[in-house]
Design a protein around this ligand. Structure first.
Ligand code: PAF
Length: 290
């Protein structure tokens, strides 16, 4: 029931995935799942390495999920390179690639979605209507299909990670959700499959995203009021050459509501555009005294 891409075994169906995982389980092996949309970079490979530390077997999924893209977003042009991804996964000693078709994930008559609640309302939720319903639905399906002990997600999509933690708790999905730190280029730019869209000029501006939110964290640490620090950050991004800033907000790290007190852990989150490319990033704002 498994195909092969180079040396990497590939499951295309839920049944083939479940079969393989069941064999590992019978042998007493723990299983980690790393859900991705492909176009793999070092950030994804760090998640595979993280999974390998936590479990005996690692399954990576690649599925460019149409339901999490808006009508005017980049679903059609999202980078796809299954053979290249498979080679990277094999080199990272991933045990199995799960690469279902759209028909396998959303067969005719598919009608049920997962509504992720208040965590999905602010930040990206305001700018990408329906996005997190698509994410929550596909992630719930992937978790239930794989039946892994643990699933690893990057902190780069911080709001997504909080939503996934909530959904696993709320739907009693018995897979532990693990977040892993953002992997960055030497100049601070967070790795993203979408960085491939940047022109050389845009790529030169892009590190200002990380630089600015790091400066916002420093300013708040030095006593700047939260709204003032956030407004300074947005102005700084505009000065650096970002055409449009969807948001730069300082939120409660757990609820994602505007941070009300420095006695709780915060998160500085940003989404901004360079030409047609939307970049996101975030950084921890430790609670005062921490
Ligand atoms: O972060 C991603 O790549 C995607 O949103 C995910 C979690 C694989 C769901 O499609």
């Amino acid at each position: 029931m498994l195909e092969r891409l180079g040396s990497l075994p590939v499951a295309r169906s839920v049944a083939a995935l479940r079969d393989e995982v069941a064999q590992w389980r019978r042998a007493g092996e723990a299983v980690a799942l790393v859900p991705t949309m492909g176009a793999l970079h070092q950030g994804h490979l760090a998640l595979i390495a993280h999974g390998k530390k936590l479990a005996d077997r690692v399954v990576a999924s690649i599925f460019v999920n149409p339901t999490q893209f808006g009508p005017n977003e980049d679903f059609a042009r999202y980078p796809r390179d299954e053979a290249g991804d498979a080679a990277k996964l094999a080199a990272a000693q991933c045990d199995l690639l799960y690469a279902p078709t759209v028909g396998e994930m959303y067969p005719a008559g598919f009608a049920t979605t997962v509504s992720p609640g208040p965590l999905a309302e602010p930040l990206d939720g305001r700018f990408r209507p329906g996005h997190f319903t698509g994410v929550a639905t596909v992630v719930a399906k992937l978790l239930l299909q794989a039946g892994a002990d643990v699933a690893c997600f990057g902190e780069k999509d911080y709001q997504q990670l909080q939503i996934i933690r909530r959904l696993a708790r709320d739907l009693d999905i018995p897979t532990r959700i693990e977040g892993a730190p953002i992997v960055r280029e030497a100049d601070g730019l967070a790795l993203s499959s979408r960085n491939a869209y940047l022109s050389p000029e845009q790529r030169a501006i892009a590190p200002a995203l990380h630089r600015t939110i790091a400066a916002v964290v420093t300013r708040v640490g030095d006593g700047a009021p939260l709204p003032e620090a956030a407004a300074w950050g947005a102005a700084e991004l505009a000065r650096a050459g970002f055409a449009k800033i969807d948001y730069l907000e300082i939120c409660d790290a757990e609820t994602l509501l505007p941070l009300a007190t420095r006695e709780r852990s915060g998160r500085v989150l940003v989404a901004a555009w360079l030409g047609m490319t939307r970049l996101i990033d975030n950084l921890a704002l430790p609670r005062s005294g921490a």
